[in-house]
Design a protein around this ligand. Sequence first.
Ligand code: HEM
Length: 440
Amino acid sequence: MIDLSEVQRIVVKPHATPRLDIAFLRVADRSGMASFLQRAIGHVTYANTPPDEAGFHVAISGAGIGVLEVGTRITAALPPTFLEGMRAAARRLGDRPEVLDTPFRHDEGPIHAAVIRVEGGSERRPAPDVPFPFLGEDDEVAGTWVGHRRDAIGSEPFGFADGVTDPVIAGVPGREHVEPGNGIWDAANRRWRAVATGEAVLGHADEVGAIAGHPDAALIERDSSYLVIRRLRQDVQAFDEACADLADATGLDSEQVAEQIVGRKRSGAPLGDATGNDFLYRSGDRPRSDAPPTAHIRRANPRDDLTRADVITPRHQLFRRGLPYKAQEGDEGLLFLAVCADLRRQFEFVQARWLQDGTRLGLGVEPDGLTGRRPEPAPGPAAVDRPAPDDALYGRVSTRAIDGGRVGRSLASFVTPTGGEYFLLPGRGALSYLLGCSLG
Ligand code: HEM
């Protein structure tokens, strides 16, 4: 069981928040971090707080851990992916440094901490003028992001309901019920089950029965999680145009094309006869979704759609906590937040091995039609000497179809990551320990 008073609320208690505020901080040195932590620590919201109240979260980056001087034994036990940060992961993630916005441009210094305000689900007050009352003049706020829920179904800017799938974490008191689809399909027992605690919260047993995290880092990993924060700009016009192009080429209408790319209807309903979130891709045990193997949701969480899915799928779960943003005309997208226990095995694997490159899914190097980064379209007519697409495998809508020469090379990238960082979301004990380190 998780002790709810130890784990930051955003890890285990998602809810349909109307608004997220994030501030990214740089500190000058260890005493700057001490000053910030001393002011912030009393405001951190743990999972024993009702979800309808506003919550504050404090997250520390690898660079922030460096400033804190937590000791070589702990540092050596922390994952290099976290310590090196998201910039170092650019190649693995397919990110382009030249499109990063402040405060994540490569000519800017590292971010040491993030504070997140999650507006209460039932809050009726207008958003506060000062979202973080505990930040002071000493804190260098290098950047702020604001996310808003757009409508009742929580649609993202392409117009599809998001946050439909929300895997249940085992051992969370009061959240024992696993809604169909919101967990792992247990084929042997023909039921949906929760994801092992250690896939989201360190210091607890994970899907292979190991205690998540490194024993030497337990002082700061216990009851903590890793958090991915990324801003993903969405080119809505390009997406709509590509759907219209593909509609001409495939004989579907553009709405059906968009549904095939996402793998759901705009309302969030599955494709085919299935209802709700209770569907699989292969097994006849549950209603089967008609989403093609290339669809975003099928690639991001293949459910039973893999050989040895029972072993593989549970190890690559993500607990998404983001919201859409709209900064200005032409700059909108998702503030993608994902909680996990292992940045490399969970977030980076899904991003790089399932979404950006389909080889492991039997899809060749074709990237995800929704989020994948594709090379700039080549000028001139498309090559015509490629083999015809295998419609049975790829569905009727895929970049293969485009490469097959039917609609030219019009499918561009619709999603551009413009910045972000990896953070540790410390549990209560871990945060106290970090404060102690900062005070020397
Ligand atoms: C701007 C970029 C993105 C958009 C517009 C987008 C959109 C969507 C939509 C509409 C859904 C279906 C609703 C749902 O099941 O919650 C979904 C599901 C999902 N997405 Fe994304 N997504 C984006 C980026 C990503 C990224 C970068 C990842 C992971 C690295 C990801 C992972 C997932 C997962 C795990 C699911 C749940 C699939 C399932 O369990 O059935 N998404 N996304």
